[in-house]
Design a protein around this ligand. Sequence first.
Ligand code: DMJ
Length: 676
Amino acid sequence: MIRDPFNLHRSSSAFKSTSPRPDTTQPDEPSRAVANDFEMSFSIPKNLPAFANPQRNLEDRVWGSGASSGRSGLPMYKDKPYGFVPRNRPFWKRKRAVGLAAIVFTVLYWTGFFSSGGTSKQDAPKDWGWMTSPQEEAVDWDKRRDHVVEAFELSWDSYKRYAWGYDEYHPISKKGSNMSPKGLGWIIVDALDTMMLMNLTSRVQDAREWISKELTWEQDQDVNTFETTIRMMGGLLSAHYISNEYPHLAALKDDDEGAAGEDLYLDKAKDLADRLMGAFDSASGIPYASVNLEKYEGIPSHSDMGASSTAEATSLQLEFKYLAKLTGEKDYWDRVEKVMKIVDDNGEQDGLLPIYIYATSGEFRGNNIRLGSRGDSYYEYLIKQYHQTNNQEPIYRELWDEALQGVRKHLVTYTENSQFTIIGERPHGLGKPMTPKMDHLVCFMPGTIALGATGGLTEAEARKLPTWSKKDEADMELARELMHTCWGMYKFMATGLSAEITHFNIARPPPSSEAAHQAPKDFDADPEAEWRKDFMVKPNDVHNLQRPETVESLFYMWRITGDIRYREWGWEMFRSFVNHTAVPNEGGFTSLSNADILPPKVKDNMESFWLAETLKYMYLLFSSDDLLPLDKMVLNTEAHPLPRFDMGPMFSTGWKRKARDANGVMIGKKAEEEDA
Ligand code: DMJ
């Protein structure tokens, strides 16, 4: 059993003033169904074989998965934000498909299917009262928070009813599927700490019992190093942290099934970490994309010439460092820290990195630079590593500042008509043309920039510090502008839910970054409104995967600025999710394959981060600020809270940056390039 040798878990009196909602509903009770202002179109897939996952198979086919290539149902990096590109099929196949469709159509027609609109009466979503009741006079944020809990309960209970123990849940077909023969606890572990925070005791008990009795990492299964670390290891570590820090939340009795062994979560996290450590056994120390759990063995990516994603290789640090601190095993720390040195030793210009890196050589592959998929959380973990060790490692602050400066210099630009601020991409390297598009994933940036500026204090508190600078002021301004753009990505869509990727019509040449760029404060609903001319969504990008990044940033922006508009936007977003993604018959909530039509087209998948992140951030956004104070903890990239801590005598920053000249160019880098 693992103890807490460093006494990280003091109990928090600060939290006591919040009143977490008691867990009143038993999981087996029928859940409330959800009102839906618009009729939804549900394309119900045929019965799925036990281990099949249509979404993943589709992604594997289309993107040739960096990590899995669909060989073994391996959890893959899901954030390839591209829509389905139909493959060229032989004509006879297409013909057959057309014939089949005609037969199905005829049968449905004669059975009267279309006359009932494709939805039988009993399938129709029930009314979720508050959605239709008149606008409250005074906004009651506790009540709104309760509605988020209801949405969570609805999602979880339908998962429990129809897919308990499975890694994936398909809420329309009401089926589960696994990513490994025995399952990896993908949904249960990822959702666990949200339930703790919501004080859903009986559900936490069920989850704990499953983890105790069913979850095993002893499986001959390749898993994605990053996804498994941030979701499973992050989820378990955070459950350990929360159950120690807030013991009154979802408290289990000693004799509860599965409660035996107070260190269950930590034991499971450590067992998993030991297996994942195999990923770092590469020639350079950069982790391989995948790991075989039973063999403790790293596996290079099956595509991208074996390169790992940069974000994946550099977003493991918070989890392994916390585990090192808890267990006193320094090796966890050293391995992930070394990755940061190897990355930085490449001496990339202005702190912006290409999105692939070879585990063999530690060098980057290609020049594609973006803050969306495969790039995103590298930047996020720079500032969060600085915070995690109570600002005791200035090297990570320096890296973050340099990268943010690089973002301003090379990626930030403005739209043509309404001067929205965007972060574009440089697919062929810095100095080459920009692609003015933003993955929804990039919307983690506004909140992270604000967090970097104030360190987690409120803006008002931070402004009083002697260290507050003009640069911090400018960073807050950039955060506000980007938040506005990310919200525009929601307002632009028919459902009010953002597309996976949005393109922008940018001003060429761009206005000076010094000039005031005043995007319109409100989003005029007129379809011809000027602001809409700056936004564009391509047909392949219209899906909405229940992603958290925008509400994540709204949460940080609300906590830091106290501007009520961010809470209001979060509420509007929540209503849109309820309106357009709730599944009839207590199915929970689903991703959409087209969020830009009414009724939307559904995708039949509930992402685990819907429970782990999206609903958690909404809950936090509507909670009081002393629930998880921003200056006391860091949320990992899957929204699993981990504590900030002092490094103590055992740990230190074990590396230094190579020398740079006055322009930030690494000394010797030019000569190296010339030789090459
Ligand atoms: C999550 O798994 C994490 O937030 C990750 O950093 C990015 N992708 C998804 C959510 O969009």
